[in-house]
Each structure stands twice: as C-alpha cells, then as structure tokens.
Design a protein around this ligand. Structure first.
Ligand SMILES: [Zn+2]
Length: 265
C-alpha cells in the first residue's frame, strides 16, 4: 500500500515536472524580448558620438534625420547652439548650426582648442561664432548638377567671423583684423579640418572660411586660405575694388572656378 502510494506520488510528480517543462519552454521569453530590445537599441540608443557630445561640451539637441530619402539624407543630426567651455561659459553659434554629430564634435573642439586660445592671445573673450551656412542640400559652390557639397551632408560650416565678449566682430577674412590672429587660426584650422577654403581658393570664399570633414583617399587635405597682409595690400585695396576687375584676371578666375568645381566645394 505504502509502496503503491509512493509510486503514484512519484508518477504524479514526474507528470507535473513534465507538464511544467512542456508548458513553460525556457527559451521562449528570450526570443520575444530579444528582437524588441534590439529594435529598441537601433531606434533610441544614442550614437557613440551623441554619447560623447555631452552638456559639458555643447548645447546641441538631437534633431530628427534630415533630407528624407534623397541624396542629402543624414542621420544623427544635432543643432549646435553653443559650445560649452571648461569654465562652463558658452560660445554661441550664430545662428545655431544643423550638422551631423561627428562634425559638430569637430567644431566643438575647434572652438575650445583653437579659436578660444587665438582670441585669448588678443586679451579678449570669445562670445560667438558667426556663420553663414551649415546644412544645405546643394551642389558644390551652389552649382546645380555639381557633385554634392559637404553642406548637403551636414558636414560643413561657412564661418564669417567671431564676436568677442565686448561685441567687437572679427571677420576671419577682414584685412583689418590682426594678421597674426588670422594666420594662427588658419594654421590651427587647416590642421583640424580636411578642407579649408578661404580667400584665394576659388573666388567663392572671399568673405568667409569654409571648413568640412570630407574623407579622401590617402588622407589628402585641402588648405586654401590666403591670409592677406593689410599693410601691403592697403593702398591697392583702396584703389582697386576687390576682386580686381582686369579682364585677364576675370578670365583666370572663371577658369580657376570651373576647374576647382571639380575638386572642391
Ligand atoms: Zn561652404
């Protein structure tokens, strides 16, 4: 009797165990959760760049992807409103610039490590970076049908000037701005960005500096920014409107322009 009961109990337990094992397959919850988690990480997990670009470095809220499905489609985009310096003060981007996160990061370090020290050498404080264009879906130099500009990839910025804390505006291409300041900034800027175009590049960048982070084979870089000398050019600048209107120069300039369109922005 006792043995029979034990046998029955064992049988029941075994059945229960079997039933438990049969009704609750162990791997089941995982497949259900795993794809959801993966999808979740794709859609909401911040990029590594986004994780690096913290509030200690920049005021740069994330934007939805721009450009739709066209050739100017860019993901991981931010609106760079200000660069935050080590002392927590802010250098505004005026106007705020739409750019891919990785390019915003380059601009942040350019401001912190290159522009701020350059301005400090003038015994001044940097207030803002005044720019013309950041993201814009267009061909290079605004030419329809030309190769897509880095502006169309949210990977470029046209910088006009820097504004000091006291309101003084220093144009980066202004001959009246201290030459040492412009030359120092040119060297630092060309060391940081893979393309730098300014006066003397192609006639399209006489009043601003274009910087971008295009990737080229073999690490090839373009640094074309003539830092002109105010004292040497002063008499000529007063006499001759810029650019110089001689027909020969105009022909040269247009030839340069058309050839440079193949190579540059
Ligand atoms: Zn540009």
């Amino acid at each position: 009797m006792r043995l029979k009961t034990l046998a029955t109990l064992t049988s029941v337990l075994a059945t229960c165990e079997f039933a438990f094992a049969a009704t609750v397959p162990l791997p089941q919850p995982r497949p259900k959760l795993a794809p959801a988690a993966a999808a979740n990480s794709e859609s909401t997990e911040p990029s590594l760049c986004r994780q690096r670009l913290t509030a200690d470095l920049a005021i740069a809220p994330s934007l939805p992807a721009v450009g739709g499905a066209g050739e100017c489609a860019v993901e991981d985009v931010v609106r760079l409103e200000a660069v935050v310096l080590a002392d927590k003060s802010r250098v505004a981007l005026t106007p705020p610039a739409t750019m891919r996160c990785s390019f915003a990061e380059a601009i942040v370090y350019w401001v912190r490590e290159d522009v701020v020290p350059a301005v400090r050498s003038l015994d001044a404080v940097l207030g803002s970076i005044e720019n013309y264009v950041s993201y814009e879906c267009r061909g290079r130099n605004g030419v329809a049908g030309a190769k897509l500009s880095e502006h169309g990839k949210a990977n470029a910025l046209d910088v006009a000037s820097v504004k000091l804390g006291n309101g003084t505006v220093l144009g980066l291409t202004d001959l009246h701005v201290a030459r040492n300041f412009r030359e120092g900034l040119r060297q630092a800027t060309c060391a940081r960005f893979t393309t730098v175009l300014g006066p003397g590049s192609d006639g399209q960048h006489e009043n601003h500096i274009h910087v971008d982070m295009i990737e080229r084979r073999n690490g090839y870089r373009i640094c074309q920014w003539d830092v002109r000398d105010a004292s040497a050019d002063a008499a000529e600048v007063v006499r001759v409107p810029f650019p110089r209107p001689r027909p020969a120069d105009i022909r040269d300039a247009s030839r340069r322009k058309s050839s440079s369109r193949q190579e540059q922005k």
